[in-house]
Design a protein around this ligand. Structure first.
Ligand code: NAD
Length: 371
């Protein structure tokens, strides 16, 4: 198979769809890998690293898209990429089609097989291609929050770990899923006092066991949330209700009672945020202040650490890339139920129910289309 890796063109996107390690494994398996010039540069993978493992560097995006049987990307295509679509092309990337009607139209018109990272499922029923980015964002949230707590960045000048004779900072994490547990690991590692709230008692039990009592767990209700955020130096929002906008767990009234110079990192901002005063920000203008509380609400936090993020993402995507390359998309879809769940568009049909529902369009099950 010919596998194409274009350079990402979405604003501030610095990851790349395949690392040099992935390119090597594909080449070793007899596939041809075309990489657009500088596709990996922002992730600290220069063209030479790809060339050294047998990939071919191509000057123009057009040549990558037009020659490849399968294009592997990171972000959903932007309008300038739609004209590359053509029948017979398999596109494996994050698609997030629900709000993107024009992109959906373009994929359907050109009969592209669009396989979305965010809907591929593993045998346990989880979403394995979302997990690595939540791991990165969870760990990064504490690193970023610690920096914003510094006086120079508008914070209250608290060192999360404290020092002998001076108490550590208080970190409050709302949501104990992948983001929450990764934030807890880093915050505890820095020596902070950490409180984590979740609605699931089973999850709180697990976390209590994992952290052997070093983590303070609290059941999530308005009373406990208010008390915890008012004591906190750093609040991290990591709540998710699958398929829904994030609920506003921390109200504007609660934020107004927080310590001046405290910091909020609302990781759940990509789902609308779980803090009422949070609004989406970008890496070029990441923070703002409400009632003396610094807010950091960047919707694509992993792009701040593209080398780690690309490796984490491609570790998870690569087994699927390899299977798609080995079997071809059609056979892989019929043999692997998890890959079939990832198919959002196929031969001009919309094959993912939630996207069809969000766009009020006809849904066709992939099972009815595939030979
Ligand atoms: N900003 C970014 O760059 C970025 C990157 C990765 C993930 N995210 C987002 O972070 C959010 C969390 O992702 P995740 O992978 O940790 O999800 P997850 O499903 O692993 O965890 C979510 C947790 O929220 C808990 N929860 C639900 N309602 C709650 C409530 N009322 N109070 C407290 N807890 C509650 C759930 O029980 C669950 O444990 C998602 O919105 C995800 O899209 C953002």
């Amino acid at each position: 198979m010919i596998i194409g890796i274009p350079k990402e063109v979405k604003d501030h996107e610095s990851r790349v769809g395949i690392s040099p390690a992935g390119a090597r494994a594909l080449v070793d398996a007899g596939h041809k890998v075309l990489v657009e010039h500088n596709a990996g540069a922002l992730s600290s993978f220069p063209d030479d690293d790809y060339q050294a493992v047998g990939a071919e560097i191509v000057g123009e995006a057009y040549h990558v898209w037009s020659s490849a049987d399968m294009v592997v990307k990171v972000k959903e295509p932007v309008p300038s990429e739609y004209y590359h679509f053509r029948p017979g092309l398999t596109l494996f990337t994050y698609l997030h089609l629900a709000p993107l009607r024009e992109l959906t139209d373009a994929l359907l018109d050109k009969k592209v097989t669009g396989i979305a990272y965010e809907t591929v499922r593993d045998k346990a029923g989880t979403l394995p291609l979302l997990t690595p980015m939540s791991e990165v964002a969870g760990r990064l949230s504490v690193q970023v929050g610690a920096a914003y707590l510094e006086k120079e960045h508008g914070g209250r000048g608290v060192l999360l770990g404290g020092v002998p004779g001076v108490p550590p900072g208080n970190v409050c994490i709302i949501g104990g899923g992948v983001v929450g547990v990764n934030a807890a690991k880093i915050a505890l590692g820095m020596g902070a006092k950490v409180t984590l709230l979740d609605l699931s008692l089973n999850r709180l039990r697990e976390l209590d066991d994992i952290f052997s009592g070093r983590l303070h767990t609290l059941y999530s209700n308005a009373y406990n949330v208010e008390r915890a955020v008012c004591e906190a130096d750093l609040v991290i929002g990591g709540v998710l209700i699958p398929g829904a906008a994030a609920p506003k767990i921390v109200t504007a009234a609660m934020v107004s009672k927080m310590k001046k110079g405290a910091v909020i990192v609302d990781v759940a901002i990509d789902q609308g945020g779980c803090i009422e005063t949070a609004r989406p920000t970008t890496h070029s203008d990441p923070s703002y202040t409400v009632d003396g509380v610094v807010h950091y609400c960047v919707t694509n936090m992993p792009a701040a650490v593209p080398n780690t993020s690309t490796l984490a993402l491609t570790n998870a995507t690569f087994p699927y890339v390899m299977k798609l390359a080995r079997l071809g998309a059609h056979v892989a879809i019929s043999e692997d139920a998890g890959i079939a769940e990832g198919v959002n568009t196929f031969n001009g049909f919309l094959t993912y129910k939630a996207v069809a529902h969000a766009q009020d369009r006809e849904y066709t099950s992939i099972a009815n289309l595939h030979p």
